[in-house]
Design a protein around this ligand. Structure first.
Ligand SMILES: *Cc1c(COP(=O)(O)O)cnc(C)c1O
Length: 368
């Protein structure tokens, strides 16, 4: 792997380029069109069962997006106006929005050098108003759940996993989604387990929570008629569930290929840039491969000139968004890291040549 003759290395490629895979997905859609149970059809329930079992949980509820999964998940636990929910400073703004839309106030904890939430910062931010802790398994790395569960146990409040980036990751043998009172997933087209449209899911061991979620995901109704509380329409499409069931058949291979690329990057870039570190006993899902560098913006421009697409996820800390400027926050380490992070292409369709092009260009930039 040393050539660099590729004209373009995309950050992600959402096309279905494999003929067998495309046929499999078309067949799955065709099955739904033929049986006609378009809304909450049998594939939704099959998908829920597969997700629950892969997460080591009793139940799963299919939801139409990760954002709605977090929002409805918070509501199912009674989080609302007057409550505070502690989350991380660095995430996609959906995490904070889901909290704010319940009427609760997000509080933002600082992050560790591995970009996941810092439990010590969480502990400092707990107040009498804190009603839940909502960490993110950022980049597909499960956060420090042991320390966070010690805090939630101490205050008898729920831990809610934003596992949107981490389906398939494990920490000391336990899968993402198995740690919290509930856990929320996104299966949007950018995620490692991806639908061909918007999709999400919640997992839990509580039958009561499931019952509440079934009402909350359909306008707060019971038996589709009686409205107990206002809510939105957050049901998962049968067609997306059918597609996700097929994608689940290949998830081990998909994560395996990402893992291969990550290992190659580590080998080629170690000592040149700060590479993400997978803790021993843990398997990350490699949603992103985020390096930390000096001269980040110059490197990004240098790679763009060579056709290599990179991303800064996410360039604005949530507490710095105008919507959240007045919320309590600790951001010292997050602010420092925000100038250094860069996500380089790490998806399963990346060829060995593409990966080689990425590393040789980065080495080139640093004169390595
Ligand atoms: C993608 C994502 C979400 C939102 O999921 P959608 O399905 O896009 O609504 C929430 N939190 C995190 C950390 C995410 O990466």
């Amino acid at each position: 792997m040393n050539s660099c003759t590729i004209s373009k290395v995309p950050f992600l490629d959402l096309r279905v380029t494999d003929d067998a895979e495309r046929q499999e997905l078309l067949d799955a859609v065709d099955t739904v069109l033929r049986h006609g149970r378009i809304v909450l059809g049998p594939e939704v329930e099959q998908f829920e069962q597969r997700v629950a079992s892969l997460c080591g949980r009793k139940y799963s509820v299919g939801i139409n997006s990760g954002t709605d999964a977090i929002y409805l998940g918070l509501r199912s636990l009674g989080i609302g106006p007057g409550d505070e929910v502690i989350t991380t400073a660095l995430s996609w703004v959906a995490t904070a929005n889901a909290i704010a839309l319940t009427g609760a106030t997000p509080v933002f904890a600082d992050i560790l050098d591995d970009l996941t939430i810092d439990p010590a910062s969480v502990a400092r931010l707990v107040s009498s108003g804190t009603k839940a802790i909502l960490p993110v398994h950022y980049t597909g790395k499960i956060c420090r759940t042991e320390e966070l569960l010690a805090i939630t146990d101490q205050y008898a409040i729920p831990l809610i996993e934003d596992a949107a980036q981490a389906f398939g990751a494990t920490r000391f043998g336990k899968p993402a989604g198995s740690f919290g009172t509930i856990a929320c997933f996104s299966m949007n087209p950018m995620k490692v387990l991806a639908a061909c449209g918007e999709a999400g899911a919640i997992v839990t061991d509580s039958a009561d929570t499931v019952e509440r979620l079934h009402a909350l995901r359909y306008n707060g109704t019971v038996n589709r008629e009686i409205c107990l509380e206002p809510s939105l329409n957050g049901r998962l499409d049968t067609i997306q569930a059918a597609i996700l069931l097929k994608r689940l058949d290949h998830i081990t291979r998909v994560i395996g290929r990402r893992r291969e690329i990550a290992a190659y990057y580590h080998k080629s870039l170690q000592g040149v840039v700060k590479c993400p570190h997978e803790e021993s006993g843990c398997l990350d899902s490699w949603y992103t491969y985020t390096i930390q560098v000096e001269g980040r913006d110059e490197l990004k421009a240098f790679l763009a000139e060579r056709g290599i697409e990179t991303k800064i996820q996410h360039p604005i800390l949530m507490p710095h968004q105008s919507a959240y400027k007045r919320c309590r926050a600790e951001t010292a380490n997050a602010e420092r890291l925000l100038t250094r992070i860069l996500c380089i292409p790490c998806h399963e369709k990346l060829s060995d040549d593409d990966a080689s092009c990425v590393t040789s260009s980065i080495r080139n930039f640093y004169g390595a």
